[in-house]
Design a protein around this ligand. Structure first.
Ligand code: ZN
Ligand code: ZN
Length: 178
């Protein structure tokens, strides 16, 4: 076997190449080669590898969603009312939720578990955030400009806290799960 041996890509029989998949040894052209942390691999090997790597089942996804919904509701209600403690408590809550999910799914890996958890946490907070805007509907009828000003400030705080909470919780949870 010489360096100059001509190989043809297994997926593109007309394309000459000198690359081989470092797992199965099949010749692959640069278009097919996928750069992985351990070197170039063919698409087939990468797919097999991922199937082994991501072992979570549908049940795991359901567990992840239910756990995140159940835990993020009390977390949201308590933490968004505690002022600046939000900076410590929200990331802690995110890590806590992620850890419970990981434990209950027995640390099986799911490619989209982090997304399910993040979506569940956001979904829990969303109704409360929208609810904060409800008084807006009654404002024109009842309000003096002063009241309107006070209302807008409190709305800004409520929504601001909710967004800050979400960023911190979801960020921490994703960091744990990915
Ligand atoms: Zn291969
Ligand atoms: Zn190819």
């Amino acid at each position: 076997m010489t360096e100059e041996e001509t190989l043809f890509c297994v997926n593109h029989p007309n394309v000459e190449t000198r690359l081989r998949c470092n797992r199965c040894g099949n010749p692959i052209c640069p278009k097919c080669a996928i750069r992985t942390p351990v070197g170039f691999r063919c698409p087939q090997c990468v797919k097999t590898q991922q199937a082994v790597f991501y072992t979570a089942s549908t049940v795991d996804y359901i567990i992840a969603a239910v756990v995140s919904l159940a835990l993020s509701l009390p977390a949201y209600l308590v933490i968004t009312r505690l002022g600046w403690f939000i900076f410590f408590l929200a990331p802690a809550a995110g890590i806590g939720i992620a850890e419970v999910v990981r434990r209950l799914t027995r640390r099986r890996r799911g490619r989209w578990i982090w997304l399910v958890v993040a979506a569940s946490i956001v979904l829990t907070a969303l109704p409360f955030m929208l609810f904060a805007f409800v008084p807006l509907l009654f404002l024109p009828a009842s309000g003096s400009p002063d009241q309107a000003g006070t209302f807008f400030v409190s709305l800004l705080f409520q929504v601001g806290y909710a967004v800050l909470y979400l960023v911190l919780v979801v960020g921490a949870a994703i960091a744990r799960l990915r």
